[in-house]
Design a protein around this ligand. Structure first.
Ligand SMILES: Cc1cc2nc3c(=O)[nH]c(=O)nc-3n(C[C@H](O)[C@H](O)[C@H](O)COP(=O)(O)OP(=O)(O)OC[C@H]3O[C@@H](n4cnc5c(N)ncnc54)[C@H](O)[C@@H]3O)c2cc1C
Length: 420
């Protein structure tokens, strides 16, 4: 692979981790004239990027930067400088320039036009090589080299690799076979950084009710899932819901899993409610159920529910309301109507667990933001040290937010490390 050494050793940049954040950091630093080396512990960079979006790679979305920031929650403003440097539009333009045009089939999610995340990985590696990035694969970084409060390189099994700047882009804890683990956090701690509590996020939910196996595989396109109120907080997520053998998945469940993980720390199950037709209240349903008796009173309630729910879900919902399969619309009592209407607008479920780090797409928690300058993504504690991607204490919902953050933050960290 071509190498390119700058005369000035202070402009040597080492990127630790070859995921989307690392690949982008390396490209951006090299294009700014720095001499860049990536140390990636696996034999291939960007494995998680290649697996993203079921292999299709939901790279970003069509939201404007302000709206995108809001979806990162309270600390969303932290990403503003990174988005200003490489936002969704400029990311798509950059990828197109690298030979990977993108498209948005639903006007929101953005994928490579080839629907292959591997094309993005290959294009970034190729662009890095063309810009002179030196790829060191199967090269885990064991510790940082820090002298007098400044990063001077990293230690690998081959010894000290000197550099004036180090960018940590080691990702999160989940999916160990794709490179997830604790090592990157240990490096951050070695530099004196605080690492906040690490929890699985974007993971499926496990529920206590007996009906999941009978509904496995069923899906609803638009459901709102709300956690029970705790103080002023009642987190909610809306989107497609997928029923699994053990519980719930799909964006409406996945997007809540970080909050669920945090609540499960207390040791008790978490109560949640599924609104199967967001925007409809129990009173709307009561009216509708009242019509059933007039229009087709001989038809069973489950068959009526079939009109807008998959059969297995309709049966599970009726069972959860204590309604017999054979109950017809003309025989449903007032009390049964009320129970059914309440469940349709807020089906209670008891969450006992998540898929954990084995199945979490991202990690909630990470290197605390207080000690990172959002304008350069540099450490406030150690000179010459930068962070990008999932290692920092930020995570977004489903929908391309996490890859956009990885790309934007990588771009900014590389740019500022090379220019510093
Ligand atoms: C199955 C799956 C599907 C996903 N789908 C999407 C999606 O469609 N859209 C979306 O926005 N997000 C998606 N995500 C999340 C997204 O992939 C991550 O947020 C993103 O990859 C984070 O990028 P990163 O570069 O920070 O970390 P990573 O991609 O995790 O890369 C970190 C790299 O650092 C390496 N590394 C770690 N420690 C060391 C060390 N000590 N020395 C050297 N190298 C090291 C790792 O091997 C790894 O290659 C998905 C995640 C998963 C698991």
């Amino acid at each position: 692979m071509p190498t390119h050494r700058s005369q000035e050793s202070g402009r040597d940049v080492i990127v630790v981790g070859g995921g989307p954040a690392g690949l982008m950091a390396a490209l951006s630093a090299a294009r700014r004239g720095a001499s860049v080396r990536i140390c990636e512990q696996l034999e291939r960079p960007g494995l998680r990027l290649m697996a993203s979006g079921g292999g299709r790679g939901n790279l970003t979305n069509t939201l404007a930067p302000e709206a995108m920031m809001a979806r990162f929650g309270r600390r969303g403003r932290f990403i503003q400088p990174a988005l200003a440097g490489l936002g969704p539009v400029s990311l798509r333009r950059l990828l197109a320039d690298l030979g990977v045009p993108t498209f948005s089939p639903d006007g929101f999610h953005v994928y490579p036009s080839s629907e292959s995340a591997a094309d993005v990985q290959q294009a970034l590696v190729r662009a890095g090589e063309d810009a002179g990035v030196d790829f060191r694969l199967a090269c885990p970084v064991q510790s940082l080299a820090i002298e007098k409060g400044a990063a001077i390189g990293v230690h690998t099994s081959g010894g000290l690799v000197p550099a004036g700047r180090v960018i940590l882009t080691t990702g999160g804890r989940s999916y160990p076979r794709l490179g997830g683990g604790e090592q990157g956090y240990a490096l951050a701690r070695q530099a004196g950084h605080t690492v906040t509590l690490l929890l699985p996020a974007l993971a499926p939910l496990v529920i206590a009710e007996p009906w999941p196996p009978s509904c496995a595989g069923a899906a609803l396109p638009d459901v709102e899932c709300t956690l029970s109120r705790e103080g002023r907080s009642a987190p909610a997520a809306r989107g497609a819901l997928l029923f699994t053998h053990r519980g719930l998945s799909g964006p409406a469940a996945l997007d809540l899993s970080g909050d669920v993980s945090a609540r499960l720390q207390a040791g008790a199950p978490v109560a949640a409610f599924l609104n199967l037709a967001p925007g409809r209240r129990p009173s709307d349903w009561l009216q509708e159920i009242g019509q059933w008796a007039h229009v087709g009173g001989g038809k069973t309630v489950v068959r009526w529910l079939d009109d807008f729910l998959p059969r297995s879900v309709a049966a599970a919902l009726a069972g959860a309301c204590g309604l017999p399969d054979s109950l017809t619309a003309s025989r449903i009592s007032q009390e049964q109507r009320r129970r059914l209407a309440d469940h349709l607008a807020g089906w209670p479920v008891t969450i006992t667990g998540t898929g954990g780090f084995e199945q979490a797409m991202v990690t909630r928690g990470g290197v605390a933001l207080d000690d990172i300058d959002p304008h350069t993504l540099s450490s406030r504690l150690v000179k010459g040290l930068h962070f990008a991607g999932e290692i920092v204490d930020l995570d977004g919902p489903c929908g391309g937010f996490n890859l956009q953050w990885a790309f934007s933050s990588g771009w900014l960290a590389g740019h500022s490390a090379a220019g510093a």
